[in-house]
Ligand binder design. Structure first.
Ligand code: PLP
Length: 450
Protein backbone atom coordinates (compact mmCIF):
# COMPACT_ATOMS: atom_id res chain seq x y z
CA UNK A 1 0.00 0.00 0.00
CA UNK A 2 1.26 3.48 -0.88
CA UNK A 3 1.22 5.99 1.92
CA UNK A 4 0.16 9.54 1.07
CA UNK A 5 2.93 12.13 1.13
CA UNK A 6 3.43 13.13 4.74
CA UNK A 7 4.93 16.55 5.28
CA UNK A 8 6.65 17.08 8.59
CA UNK A 9 8.00 20.47 9.49
CA UNK A 10 10.67 20.53 12.20
CA UNK A 11 10.34 24.28 12.56
CA UNK A 12 6.58 24.30 12.97
CA UNK A 13 6.76 24.55 16.75
CA UNK A 14 4.58 21.44 17.16
CA UNK A 15 5.91 17.97 18.01
CA UNK A 16 6.63 15.79 14.95
CA UNK A 17 4.53 12.97 16.43
CA UNK A 18 1.50 15.26 16.52
CA UNK A 19 2.08 16.33 12.90
CA UNK A 20 2.47 12.71 11.80
CA UNK A 21 -0.69 11.61 13.59
CA UNK A 22 -2.54 14.49 11.91
CA UNK A 23 -1.28 13.50 8.47
CA UNK A 24 -2.32 9.87 8.90
CA UNK A 25 -5.67 10.83 10.40
CA UNK A 26 -6.35 13.14 7.46
CA UNK A 27 -5.49 10.29 5.06
CA UNK A 28 -8.10 8.04 6.69
CA UNK A 29 -10.78 10.69 6.41
CA UNK A 30 -10.09 11.78 2.83
CA UNK A 31 -10.03 8.16 1.64
CA UNK A 32 -6.32 7.89 0.84
CA UNK A 33 -6.20 5.23 3.53
CA UNK A 34 -9.12 2.79 3.64
CA UNK A 35 -10.52 0.52 6.31
CA UNK A 36 -8.34 -2.60 6.48
CA UNK A 37 -5.22 -0.94 5.04
CA UNK A 38 -2.12 -1.96 6.90
CA UNK A 39 0.22 0.80 8.02
CA UNK A 40 3.96 0.28 7.64
CA UNK A 41 5.78 -0.75 10.80
CA UNK A 42 6.93 2.11 13.03
CA UNK A 43 10.53 1.22 12.13
CA UNK A 44 9.91 1.24 8.36
CA UNK A 45 8.00 4.50 8.48
CA UNK A 46 10.69 6.11 10.62
CA UNK A 47 13.32 5.07 8.09
CA UNK A 48 11.26 6.31 5.17
CA UNK A 49 10.59 9.70 6.75
CA UNK A 50 14.06 10.11 8.24
CA UNK A 51 12.73 10.55 11.77
CA UNK A 52 13.17 8.65 15.02
CA UNK A 53 11.13 5.56 15.76
CA UNK A 54 9.98 7.13 19.01
CA UNK A 55 8.12 9.68 16.88
CA UNK A 56 6.35 7.12 14.70
CA UNK A 57 5.52 4.98 17.75
CA UNK A 58 4.05 7.99 19.55
CA UNK A 59 1.93 8.91 16.51
CA UNK A 60 0.61 5.32 16.19
CA UNK A 61 -0.19 5.22 19.90
CA UNK A 62 -2.16 8.42 19.54
CA UNK A 63 -4.17 7.01 16.61
CA UNK A 64 -4.72 3.74 18.48
CA UNK A 65 -5.99 5.64 21.50
CA UNK A 66 -8.36 7.67 19.29
CA UNK A 67 -9.67 4.55 17.56
CA UNK A 68 -8.52 5.35 14.00
CA UNK A 69 -6.33 2.27 13.80
CA UNK A 70 -6.05 -1.00 15.62
CA UNK A 71 -3.18 -3.36 16.29
CA UNK A 72 -3.45 -7.04 15.41
CA UNK A 73 -0.98 -9.19 17.31
CA UNK A 74 1.87 -10.24 15.05
CA UNK A 75 0.19 -8.77 11.97
CA UNK A 76 0.68 -5.01 12.33
CA UNK A 77 -1.43 -1.89 12.57
CA UNK A 78 -4.58 -1.51 10.46
CA UNK A 79 -6.99 1.26 9.64
CA UNK A 80 -10.28 0.36 11.35
CA UNK A 81 -13.64 -0.12 9.68
CA UNK A 82 -15.46 2.64 11.45
CA UNK A 83 -13.03 5.17 12.71
CA UNK A 84 -15.43 6.97 15.01
CA UNK A 85 -17.55 9.82 13.69
CA UNK A 86 -16.81 10.45 10.05
CA UNK A 87 -16.07 14.09 10.65
CA UNK A 88 -12.73 15.14 9.37
CA UNK A 89 -10.62 16.29 12.26
CA UNK A 90 -9.03 19.53 11.31
CA UNK A 91 -5.55 20.00 12.61
CA UNK A 92 -5.34 22.85 15.07
CA UNK A 93 -3.89 25.94 13.43
CA UNK A 94 -0.19 26.26 14.14
CA UNK A 95 0.41 28.86 16.83
CA UNK A 96 1.83 32.11 15.52
CA UNK A 97 5.56 32.28 16.19
CA UNK A 98 6.15 34.33 19.30
CA UNK A 99 9.26 36.38 19.91
CA UNK A 100 11.54 34.80 22.45
CA UNK A 101 11.15 36.79 25.64
CA UNK A 102 14.09 37.36 27.93
CA UNK A 103 12.42 37.05 31.29
CA UNK A 104 13.52 39.59 33.90
CA UNK A 105 10.75 38.88 36.38
CA UNK A 106 11.92 38.64 39.97
CA UNK A 107 12.04 35.37 41.83
CA UNK A 108 13.86 33.25 39.26
CA UNK A 109 17.01 31.50 40.49
CA UNK A 110 20.47 31.92 38.93
CA UNK A 111 20.86 28.41 37.54
CA UNK A 112 23.72 29.45 35.27
CA UNK A 113 26.22 29.15 38.13
CA UNK A 114 25.11 25.68 39.22
CA UNK A 115 27.97 23.20 38.86
CA UNK A 116 26.26 20.59 36.67
CA UNK A 117 28.56 17.76 37.77
CA UNK A 118 27.94 18.50 41.45
CA UNK A 119 24.21 18.78 40.79
CA UNK A 120 24.10 15.38 39.05
CA UNK A 121 26.26 13.83 41.77
CA UNK A 122 23.82 15.06 44.42
CA UNK A 123 20.80 13.70 42.52
CA UNK A 124 22.55 10.34 42.22
CA UNK A 125 23.09 10.40 45.98
CA UNK A 126 19.40 11.27 46.38
CA UNK A 127 18.49 8.29 44.27
CA UNK A 128 19.51 5.71 46.86
CA UNK A 129 16.43 6.56 48.82
CA UNK A 130 14.57 3.27 49.23
CA UNK A 131 11.03 3.10 47.98
CA UNK A 132 9.93 1.60 51.29
CA UNK A 133 11.47 4.38 53.38
CA UNK A 134 9.10 5.58 56.08
CA UNK A 135 7.29 8.85 55.34
CA UNK A 136 8.90 11.51 57.48
CA UNK A 137 6.85 14.55 58.56
CA UNK A 138 9.80 16.23 60.35
CA UNK A 139 12.53 15.94 57.72
CA UNK A 140 15.65 13.86 57.26
CA UNK A 141 18.31 14.23 59.94
CA UNK A 142 21.01 14.87 57.31
CA UNK A 143 18.87 17.60 55.70
CA UNK A 144 18.12 19.30 59.01
CA UNK A 145 21.82 19.13 59.89
CA UNK A 146 22.68 20.87 56.62
CA UNK A 147 20.09 23.56 57.36
CA UNK A 148 21.50 24.10 60.87
CA UNK A 149 24.96 24.65 59.38
CA UNK A 150 23.62 26.99 56.69
CA UNK A 151 21.62 29.06 59.19
CA UNK A 152 24.60 29.42 61.49
CA UNK A 153 27.19 30.24 58.84
CA UNK A 154 25.14 32.41 56.54
CA UNK A 155 22.26 33.78 58.60
CA UNK A 156 23.77 34.03 62.09
CA UNK A 157 21.05 31.89 63.65
CA UNK A 158 22.08 29.17 66.11
CA UNK A 159 19.52 26.35 66.27
CA UNK A 160 19.58 22.61 66.86
CA UNK A 161 18.52 20.05 64.25
CA UNK A 162 15.46 19.32 66.41
CA UNK A 163 14.32 22.93 65.99
CA UNK A 164 14.17 22.58 62.20
CA UNK A 165 11.23 21.24 60.19
CA UNK A 166 11.62 20.38 56.53
CA UNK A 167 9.06 22.05 54.26
CA UNK A 168 8.13 21.87 50.61
CA UNK A 169 9.33 25.48 50.19
CA UNK A 170 8.37 28.81 51.74
CA UNK A 171 5.06 29.23 49.98
CA UNK A 172 3.96 25.71 50.87
CA UNK A 173 4.98 26.40 54.48
CA UNK A 174 2.92 29.61 54.53
CA UNK A 175 -0.06 27.60 53.29
CA UNK A 176 0.46 25.07 56.10
CA UNK A 177 0.82 27.79 58.72
CA UNK A 178 -2.33 29.45 57.42
CA UNK A 179 -4.26 26.30 58.24
CA UNK A 180 -3.22 26.29 61.90
CA UNK A 181 -3.93 29.97 62.54
CA UNK A 182 -7.29 30.72 64.20
CA UNK A 183 -10.12 30.42 61.66
CA UNK A 184 -11.09 33.80 60.22
CA UNK A 185 -8.08 35.47 61.90
CA UNK A 186 -6.54 38.68 60.56
CA UNK A 187 -3.05 38.48 59.06
CA UNK A 188 -1.03 41.58 58.15
CA UNK A 189 0.93 41.45 54.89
CA UNK A 190 3.27 43.95 53.28
CA UNK A 191 1.77 46.26 50.64
CA UNK A 192 3.05 45.80 47.98
CA UNK A 193 3.99 42.24 48.81
CA UNK A 194 4.24 38.60 47.84
CA UNK A 195 0.87 37.73 46.34
CA UNK A 196 1.29 33.97 46.59
CA UNK A 197 1.49 34.35 50.37
CA UNK A 198 -1.64 36.49 50.23
CA UNK A 199 -3.43 33.84 48.18
CA UNK A 200 -2.34 31.04 50.53
CA UNK A 201 -3.61 32.95 53.55
CA UNK A 202 -6.92 33.77 51.89
CA UNK A 203 -7.39 30.22 50.69
CA UNK A 204 -7.31 29.14 54.34
CA UNK A 205 -10.12 31.59 55.14
CA UNK A 206 -7.92 34.20 56.83
CA UNK A 207 -8.52 37.92 56.43
CA UNK A 208 -5.55 39.66 54.84
CA UNK A 209 -4.74 43.19 56.03
CA UNK A 210 -2.30 45.13 53.80
CA UNK A 211 0.16 47.31 55.74
CA UNK A 212 2.40 49.90 54.05
CA UNK A 213 6.14 49.51 53.52
CA UNK A 214 8.80 52.17 52.97
CA UNK A 215 12.55 52.20 52.30
CA UNK A 216 13.13 50.45 55.65
CA UNK A 217 10.58 47.69 55.03
CA UNK A 218 7.30 47.08 56.86
CA UNK A 219 6.01 50.12 58.73
CA UNK A 220 5.64 48.38 62.08
CA UNK A 221 3.85 51.34 63.65
CA UNK A 222 1.09 50.98 61.06
CA UNK A 223 0.15 47.44 62.22
CA UNK A 224 -3.45 47.41 63.42
CA UNK A 225 -4.60 45.72 66.61
CA UNK A 226 -6.21 42.28 66.72
CA UNK A 227 -3.83 40.38 64.45
CA UNK A 228 -3.28 36.62 64.50
CA UNK A 229 -0.05 36.93 62.49
CA UNK A 230 2.20 39.21 60.45
CA UNK A 231 3.82 37.93 57.26
CA UNK A 232 6.95 39.83 56.18
CA UNK A 233 10.21 39.69 54.21
CA UNK A 234 12.68 41.56 56.45
CA UNK A 235 15.96 40.76 54.64
CA UNK A 236 14.75 42.14 51.30
CA UNK A 237 11.18 43.34 51.22
CA UNK A 238 9.39 41.69 48.35
CA UNK A 239 9.13 43.40 45.94
CA UNK A 240 10.32 46.93 46.88
CA UNK A 241 13.58 45.69 48.39
CA UNK A 242 13.89 47.57 51.70
CA UNK A 243 15.75 45.97 54.61
CA UNK A 244 13.78 46.07 57.83
CA UNK A 245 15.76 48.40 60.13
CA UNK A 246 17.17 47.09 63.42
CA UNK A 247 14.79 49.34 65.36
CA UNK A 248 11.75 48.05 63.52
CA UNK A 249 12.89 44.45 64.02
CA UNK A 250 12.99 44.93 67.78
CA UNK A 251 9.70 46.81 67.74
CA UNK A 252 7.99 44.07 65.72
CA UNK A 253 9.11 41.31 68.06
CA UNK A 254 8.11 43.30 71.12
CA UNK A 255 4.74 44.07 69.61
CA UNK A 256 4.21 40.39 68.74
CA UNK A 257 4.85 39.45 72.37
CA UNK A 258 2.60 42.20 73.71
CA UNK A 259 -0.28 41.56 71.27
CA UNK A 260 0.12 37.78 71.09
CA UNK A 261 0.55 37.45 67.31
CA UNK A 262 2.91 35.25 65.33
CA UNK A 263 5.52 36.73 62.98
CA UNK A 264 6.24 34.81 59.77
CA UNK A 265 9.72 35.76 58.55
CA UNK A 266 10.10 34.80 54.88
CA UNK A 267 13.87 34.80 54.33
CA UNK A 268 13.62 33.87 50.64
CA UNK A 269 16.91 35.42 49.46
CA UNK A 270 18.62 36.32 52.72
CA UNK A 271 21.95 34.78 51.78
CA UNK A 272 22.63 37.67 49.35
CA UNK A 273 23.55 41.20 50.37
CA UNK A 274 25.92 43.86 48.99
CA UNK A 275 28.03 46.48 50.77
CA UNK A 276 25.82 46.52 53.86
CA UNK A 277 26.22 44.98 57.31
CA UNK A 278 24.07 41.95 58.20
CA UNK A 279 21.06 42.56 60.41
CA UNK A 280 19.84 40.02 62.98
CA UNK A 281 17.10 37.69 61.85
CA UNK A 282 13.75 38.24 63.52
CA UNK A 283 14.06 34.63 64.69
CA UNK A 284 17.32 35.53 66.44
CA UNK A 285 15.48 38.26 68.34
CA UNK A 286 12.34 36.33 69.21
CA UNK A 287 12.34 32.58 68.76
CA UNK A 288 9.22 32.48 70.96
CA UNK A 289 7.08 34.49 68.50
CA UNK A 290 8.78 34.11 65.09
CA UNK A 291 8.44 31.41 62.45
CA UNK A 292 11.54 31.62 60.28
CA UNK A 293 11.19 30.27 56.73
CA UNK A 294 14.05 29.53 54.34
CA UNK A 295 14.05 27.94 50.89
CA UNK A 296 16.35 26.21 48.45
CA UNK A 297 14.41 27.79 45.56
CA UNK A 298 16.60 30.88 45.21
CA UNK A 299 19.84 29.29 46.40
CA UNK A 300 19.57 26.52 43.83
CA UNK A 301 16.26 25.94 42.15
CA UNK A 302 12.58 25.42 42.93
CA UNK A 303 12.89 22.01 41.23
CA UNK A 304 14.25 20.75 44.56
CA UNK A 305 10.93 21.59 46.21
CA UNK A 306 12.47 22.00 49.65
CA UNK A 307 12.66 24.61 52.34
CA UNK A 308 12.91 24.76 56.10
CA UNK A 309 11.15 26.27 59.08
CA UNK A 310 12.30 27.12 62.59
CA UNK A 311 9.25 27.56 64.78
CA UNK A 312 8.18 28.22 68.37
CA UNK A 313 7.55 24.80 69.99
CA UNK A 314 3.74 25.14 70.14
CA UNK A 315 3.54 26.11 66.45
CA UNK A 316 5.85 23.28 65.50
CA UNK A 317 3.62 20.86 67.43
CA UNK A 318 0.48 22.19 65.73
CA UNK A 319 2.10 21.89 62.28
CA UNK A 320 3.20 18.31 62.91
CA UNK A 321 -0.30 17.52 64.14
CA UNK A 322 -1.74 19.01 60.92
CA UNK A 323 0.67 16.92 58.84
CA UNK A 324 -0.33 13.82 60.77
CA UNK A 325 -4.07 14.45 60.39
CA UNK A 326 -3.88 15.35 56.71
CA UNK A 327 -1.19 12.86 55.70
CA UNK A 328 1.01 15.57 54.21
CA UNK A 329 4.78 15.72 54.46
CA UNK A 330 7.61 17.21 52.44
CA UNK A 331 9.19 15.02 49.79
CA UNK A 332 12.37 13.25 50.85
CA UNK A 333 14.17 13.34 47.50
CA UNK A 334 14.84 17.08 47.45
CA UNK A 335 16.04 16.93 51.04
CA UNK A 336 18.48 14.17 50.14
CA UNK A 337 19.83 16.19 47.23
CA UNK A 338 20.22 19.32 49.36
CA UNK A 339 21.95 17.33 52.12
CA UNK A 340 24.31 15.75 49.57
CA UNK A 341 25.17 19.19 48.13
CA UNK A 342 25.91 20.47 51.63
CA UNK A 343 27.80 17.34 52.68
CA UNK A 344 30.23 17.49 49.76
CA UNK A 345 30.99 21.18 50.27
CA UNK A 346 29.15 21.98 47.02
CA UNK A 347 26.63 24.20 48.79
CA UNK A 348 29.37 26.43 50.24
CA UNK A 349 31.18 26.60 46.88
CA UNK A 350 27.92 27.32 45.08
CA UNK A 351 27.04 30.10 47.49
CA UNK A 352 30.41 31.79 46.93
CA UNK A 353 29.93 31.57 43.14
CA UNK A 354 26.33 32.76 43.37
CA UNK A 355 27.22 35.78 45.49
CA UNK A 356 30.03 36.78 43.14
CA UNK A 357 27.85 36.36 40.09
CA UNK A 358 24.88 38.22 41.54
CA UNK A 359 27.12 41.06 42.74
CA UNK A 360 28.41 41.50 39.17
CA UNK A 361 24.93 41.35 37.69
CA UNK A 362 23.58 43.75 40.26
CA UNK A 363 26.33 46.26 39.36
CA UNK A 364 25.41 45.96 35.69
CA UNK A 365 21.71 46.45 36.44
CA UNK A 366 22.37 49.43 38.72
CA UNK A 367 24.64 51.01 36.07
CA UNK A 368 21.97 50.59 33.39
CA UNK A 369 19.19 52.07 35.48
CA UNK A 370 21.38 54.95 36.66
CA UNK A 371 22.56 55.70 33.12
CA UNK A 372 18.92 55.96 32.06
CA UNK A 373 18.42 58.65 34.71
CA UNK A 374 16.68 56.62 37.42
CA UNK A 375 17.68 55.78 40.96
CA UNK A 376 17.41 52.05 41.62
CA UNK A 377 15.65 51.00 44.79
CA UNK A 378 16.14 47.93 46.98
CA UNK A 379 19.46 46.92 45.44
CA UNK A 380 21.38 46.34 48.71
CA UNK A 381 20.31 42.70 48.85
CA UNK A 382 18.79 39.80 46.94
CA UNK A 383 18.54 39.34 43.20
CA UNK A 384 16.18 42.06 42.05
CA UNK A 385 15.84 45.81 42.24
CA UNK A 386 13.04 48.24 41.56
CA UNK A 387 12.84 51.20 39.20
CA UNK A 388 10.07 53.48 40.35
CA UNK A 389 8.02 55.12 37.60
CA UNK A 390 5.69 58.08 37.63
CA UNK A 391 2.37 56.26 37.40
CA UNK A 392 0.47 53.20 36.20
CA UNK A 393 0.18 54.27 32.53
CA UNK A 394 3.98 54.82 32.42
CA UNK A 395 4.53 51.38 33.97
CA UNK A 396 2.28 49.75 31.38
CA UNK A 397 3.98 51.65 28.55
CA UNK A 398 7.45 50.56 29.70
CA UNK A 399 6.32 46.93 30.05
CA UNK A 400 4.79 47.00 26.56
CA UNK A 401 7.82 48.67 24.97
CA UNK A 402 10.14 46.09 26.54
CA UNK A 403 7.88 43.20 25.45
CA UNK A 404 7.95 44.55 21.87
CA UNK A 405 11.71 44.23 22.02
CA UNK A 406 11.57 40.69 23.45
CA UNK A 407 12.11 41.46 27.15
CA UNK A 408 9.55 40.50 29.79
CA UNK A 409 9.56 42.96 32.67
CA UNK A 410 7.54 42.67 35.84
CA UNK A 411 5.33 45.62 36.86
CA UNK A 412 4.64 46.61 40.44
CA UNK A 413 0.88 46.65 39.82
CA UNK A 414 0.53 42.89 40.14
CA UNK A 415 2.25 42.87 43.53
CA UNK A 416 -0.49 44.85 45.26
CA UNK A 417 -3.20 43.45 47.50
CA UNK A 418 -5.33 46.59 47.76
CA UNK A 419 -5.20 49.94 45.97
CA UNK A 420 -2.16 50.34 43.73
CA UNK A 421 -0.10 53.20 45.10
CA UNK A 422 3.39 52.55 43.67
CA UNK A 423 4.27 52.20 39.99
CA UNK A 424 7.47 50.80 38.58
CA UNK A 425 9.27 47.72 37.35
CA UNK A 426 10.77 44.91 39.36
CA UNK A 427 13.99 43.89 37.70
CA UNK A 428 15.11 40.32 38.42
CA UNK A 429 18.68 39.83 37.27
CA UNK A 430 19.28 36.23 38.40
CA UNK A 431 17.21 34.24 35.91
CA UNK A 432 18.72 34.93 32.48
CA UNK A 433 22.18 33.88 31.41
CA UNK A 434 24.83 36.58 31.57
CA UNK A 435 24.67 37.05 27.78
CA UNK A 436 20.87 37.34 27.88
CA UNK A 437 21.12 39.82 30.72
CA UNK A 438 23.50 41.99 28.68
CA UNK A 439 20.99 42.02 25.81
CA UNK A 440 18.13 42.75 28.17
CA UNK A 441 20.05 45.63 29.78
CA UNK A 442 20.59 47.23 26.38
CA UNK A 443 16.82 47.05 25.77
CA UNK A 444 16.08 48.37 29.24
CA UNK A 445 18.36 51.35 28.72
CA UNK A 446 16.50 52.25 25.51
CA UNK A 447 13.06 51.69 26.98
CA UNK A 448 13.72 53.70 30.16
CA UNK A 449 15.39 56.48 28.25
CA UNK A 450 12.39 56.57 25.85
C1 PLP B 1 8.89 36.55 48.77
C2 PLP B 1 9.02 35.17 48.25
N1 PLP B 1 8.93 34.14 49.09
C3 PLP B 1 9.02 32.88 48.66
C4 PLP B 1 9.22 32.58 47.33
C5 PLP B 1 9.26 31.17 46.80
O1 PLP B 1 9.79 30.27 47.63
P1 PLP B 1 9.37 28.76 47.46
O2 PLP B 1 9.72 28.34 46.07
O3 PLP B 1 10.20 28.10 48.49
O4 PLP B 1 7.91 28.68 47.73
C6 PLP B 1 9.32 33.62 46.43
C7 PLP B 1 9.48 33.33 44.99
O5 PLP B 1 9.53 34.14 44.14
C8 PLP B 1 9.23 34.93 46.89
O6 PLP B 1 9.32 35.96 46.05
Amino acid sequence: MELPPLVLDRDAGRPLAVQLAEGLRAATTDGTLRAGDRLPSTRALALELGISRTVTAAAYEQLLAEGWVQGRRGAGTFVVDAPGPAVPVRPAPAPAPRPVLLDLSAGRPCTEVIDRAAWRRAWRAGADLLADSEPDPVGLVAFRGAVVENLLRHRGLAVAADDVLATAGSTAAIAELARILPAGGRVAVEEPGYQRAVAALRAAGLVVVPVPVDGAGLVVDALPAGLAAVYCTPAHQYPLGGRLSAGRRLALVERARADGFLVIEDDYDGEMRYDVAPLPLLAALGRDVVVHLGTASKLFSPTLGVGWAVLPPAVRGALLDLRDRTGTRPSLAGQRVFAALAGHGDLARHLRRLRRELATRRSAAVATVTAAGYRPRGDAAGAHLVVELADGPTERAVLAAAADRGVRLDGLARHHTGAIDTAGVVLGYAGPTRAELDRAMAVLREVLAG
